[in-house]
Every structure is written in C-alpha cells, then in structure tokens.
Design a protein around this ligand. Structure first.
Ligand SMILES: Cc1ncc(COP(=O)(O)O)c(C=O)c1O
Length: 476
C-alpha cells in the first residue's frame, strides 16, 4: 500500500501526495488522491499538472476535477491484468453508472473497454460517445444492457443496436421472445443474471449478491430458466452474469462467485446451452480514508481470473470469455471535488460547522450511505491541521453533512476545500435539490484542462418546466 502519509490525518499535517516516479505501477484504487497529485511551488494542490486554485478561478466551484492519467491507468491495469492472469479471452466493461458522460465514455472506450449500461439514458450517452469516436458500428458488441425493470422501449432500443441484454427476470425473458418476433430479428443476444447467494461486508444498499436482492433470477429456479431459454430459439444465449456488491475489500467473495458461476455453467451445458461468456460483475473497493484497505486492481484480477480457471479445470469445462464490469475502482480515485469555504458556526464544547458551496446535491453518498471522505485545504497544503470541524453542505437539510470531524488547518471564507475520491457515484447521482445547478467538470492532463461538463445555469433549471394552460391564460 502506498498510503504512507495518510498518518498525517492523525498528526499535525494535511494529507500530502507522495512524490513517486512509479506512477503507472500504483493501483489507483489504493490511493486517496489521483496519481498525478502534487504540491506546487505556490503550496497549492496540483492534479494533472493543473493548479486547482487556478482551475476554480477559471471554472468556478464546486468543480469536479477528473485526472485522465489515473483513469487510463486503472483501465490498463484491469485490461493487462486479465491478459496476464487468464488464459482465455477477456473483456473489461465499464459500469457506466459510476459516471456516465461523453468525455468519460470516450476515454474509457479509447482504452479498449466496453460498457455496462442500465437505462436508455446511459445507453444513449454511451452510443453518442462511441459515434463521436468513430466506433458507432461496434456499439452492439461493446454494450451490455442491465436493469431489473427495463421498459419495452428501452429493450427495443438495445435490440436495434444489437447490444447483449443481461436478462434479470421472467417478465423480461417473455417480453424479449415477443419482441424478437415483432421486430423480425432472428434472435437476441442474452445473458442471464442470477443472484449467487454470496454475502459480502459492504453497505446493505450496495449489496446485490445475497438471496434477498431485487436483482436477478432466484438461483433455485436456474433449471427452469435454462430450460425456457433452450426452448426459445429467439434467445441467443451467450452466458451468465452475477454481481455481488460494491466497495468490497475481500478477495474471497469473488473467488467464491467464480465457483458458483462455473457450477451454473455446467448446469447450462446439461440443458444444451453453451456458456460463451461469463460475467463476474464489478465491486472492487477503493480508499476513501486511510482505514480502507482494498486489494490492488492486479491482485483482484489475479484472484478472480485464477478462481475461474481453476473451477473450469475441476469441472473440465472450456474457458469462457471472462468479463468484469468495474465502475468505482476505475474512476473513483481519478477525481476530486473542489469547493469554496463560506460560513462558520461555532458551538462551544459541541461542534464547529464549516460550510461549503455544494453538498448533498453534488455528492449524495454521505447522506445516502453514511460514506466517509477525506479532505484538504488545497490553497495551503503545508499548513498544519489545528482543528476538527464538520463540513456542512449548503442544502436546507440538517443531514446535509459532507464530512464529520475533518482535521483541517484553520480555514477562512474563500479557502478551497478539496474532497478526495469523488469520481464514482457523485456526478452520476447528483441532483438539483434546492434548485442548485449541477457543478461543472474538467478533465486535466499534462497541464491542460478541458471542460467536459458545463456548469448548469438557472435557465437550465427551468428548461423543462411548463405552466398549466389555465394559469398562462389568466396572466394574458
Ligand atoms: C450489475 C452491476 N455491475 C457492476 C457494478 C459496478 O460496481 P462497482 O462500481 O462497485 O465496481 C454495479 C454497481 O453496483 C452493478 O450493479
């Protein structure tokens, strides 16, 4: 682990990025800051060669700052890991729910990854990115469509593009058979998602592999589902899928999953169905604090890939194409959010609140999952931590607390507070609560910053608003 200076969260200094020449071998998911983070001669935090204070002056705050190098490094480590540790074919697909936008999808596809999408909107965004990259023709082979309640028009959209559909339930299976006949397709590529009954130690809202989950077929019905699929030639069965949860630090659950999936592969064979692809989902955790200790991307890939190979050997099955669909561990550590500090409320003997210009609308994870984050004052990186404060968002909600008990230097209004590891499930879960426009995002690389998401305006906020005709008539 390269978290050497995280001790500083408990000592007098702020977290400082480690100078290193080995950036490509660091596993991004084990770092709190993007791999290119450093402190510059102005004592300010720099990422991707860009001074964060200058970025805020230019683009305003709150601001998501995405480091291209870190994202690309994570993509490569996954891709190369599977090449190294799996003898069969493999494909890494990005769980785009982590952060879906044109720029992110374009970077990810340029690294050779495919996509997991869970809605018509994610499908549309991914497709637009592929088309802009001249890869529109390949969309069908690159995109896997998930979801526990896909609408008929979403299914039709995915079928028209030729995506593989990861079927979640009986209604969907039956709908696909009907749609195939209606849209005159010979067959539709499908995988079956099953609930593997594997428990892992993560927040209950992001746990999906236990039997009491809304996702996937009940494994007790596997024979029935496989029999149905084998009897319907409209369904081109590609393989099996399971995802056990997110922010997982142990390797064992995915090794267990490999065993379960390969046993199901055997059952599929007994029903005359050959599993060409096996999808082990995502779930590798990242560091949000110094206490977090996930395996590196390479270690995770090695454990999962070797477990699949071993299980296939035991059951004497040919190696399927192995698919993994990480989200958080690809992009989580590649981004930080910069805020401007505003008001302060001191309650002697109880707590000091320091307020920022964003909060639960740009990062809903603390209020949703009680997630914990680390932060630094980016315009005075070498300042000593002198107090413990609570970072409050600006929303009209007592629970809008971004960080409880953050160790920080004395702050003043106008200081720039940087919250680390905000690349996953922040922008993608952002809302306009209290009618706050969503922040801008920039991608930084080798000293250059590019705007990838414009800051929303007040006009954007009412763009879809309509007055009922009765009221419009009254005013005229
Ligand atoms: C089906 C599926 N695949 C992949 C992922 C990505 O998980 P993670 O971001 O933890 O890698 C998720 C997220 O929960 C998911 O539901």
């Amino acid at each position: 682990m390269i978290l050497t200076d995280l001790r500083t969260q408990n000592s007098g200094r702020q977290y400082l990025p480690q100078p290193t020449t080995e950036r490509t071998s660091q596993s991004p998911n084990q770092e709190l800051l993007p791999l290119t983070a450093r402190v510059n001669s102005r004592d300010c935090l720099e990422i991707g060669g860009c001074d964060l204070i200058t970025l805020v002056e230019q683009y305003g705050s709150p601001l998501y700052i995405l480091d291209e190098f870190t994202l690309r490094t994570a993509c490569r480590q996954y891709r190369e890991g599977f090449k190294q540790y799996y003898s069969g074919e493999s494909q890494v697909i990005y769980a785009s729910k982590a952060w879906s936008c044109l720029a992110v999808c374009s970077i990810v596809v340029s690294e050779g990854l495919g996509f997991d999408v869970v809605s018509g909107g994610e499908l549309y965004t991914t497709l637009q990115a592929l088309e802009k990259m001249g890869l529109g023709e390949k969309a069908g082979e690159k995109i896997y469509f998930h979801g526990n309640n896909k609408a008929v028009d979403e299914l039709e959209y995915a079928i028209a593009i030729g995506c593989t559909i990861i079927v979640d339930n009986w209604l969907e299976l039956e709908t696909l058979v009907k749609l195939c006949t209606m849209v005159h397709k010979n067959s539709i590529k499908i995988m079956l998602r099953l609930t593997p009954g594997i428990e892992c130690h993560t927040h209950e809202y992001i746990r999906t592999g236990h039997l009491d989950s809304k996702f996937g077929f009940d494994p007790n019905q596997i024979e029935k589902v496989l029999a149905y699929v084998s009897q319907h030639e409209q369904l081109d069965f590609i393989g099996l899928h399971a995802h056990i949860g997110s922010q997982i630090f142990e390797r064992q659950p995915h090794q267990d999953l490999a065993g379960v999936l390969v046993e199901w592969m055997k059952k599929a064979g007994e029903c005359g169905l050959s599993v060409r692809e096996l999808n082990i989902g995502g779930g590798l955790g990242i560091c949000y604090t110094e206490a977090d200790d996930p395996p590196s991307i390479e270690e995770w890939v090695k454990a999962a890939a070797q477990a699949v190979e071993k299980a296939c050997q035991i059951h004497q099955l040919p190696l399927p194409k192995l698919i993994a669909e990480p989200g958080r561990s690809l992009i989580g550590s590649a981004c930080v959010t910069a805020y401007t500090i505003g008001s302060r409320k001191e309650i002697p003997g109880i707590r000091t609140y320091v307020a920022i210009d964003g909060g639960m609308s740009d990062n809903p994870r603390p209020i949703t999952y009680q997630s914990v984050y680390r932060t630094v004052v980016a315009n005075r990186m070498s300042a000593s931590c002198e107090e413990i404060v609570t970072i409050a968002g600006k929303h009209c909600e007592s629970g809008d607390i971004l960080i409880k008990d953050a160790r920080l230097p004395q702050t003043q209004p106008g200081d720039i507070l940087v919250v680390m590891a905000t690349g996953a499930y922040n922008y993608s879960m952002a809302s306009n609560y209290n009618r706050l426009p969503r922040p801008a995002a920039v991608v930084v690389n080798e000293g250059e910053a590019n705007l990838i998401l414009e800051r929303e305006t007040y006009e954007d906020l009412i763009r879809s608003d309509r007055l009922p005709t009765r009221l419009t008539n009254l005013s005229s």
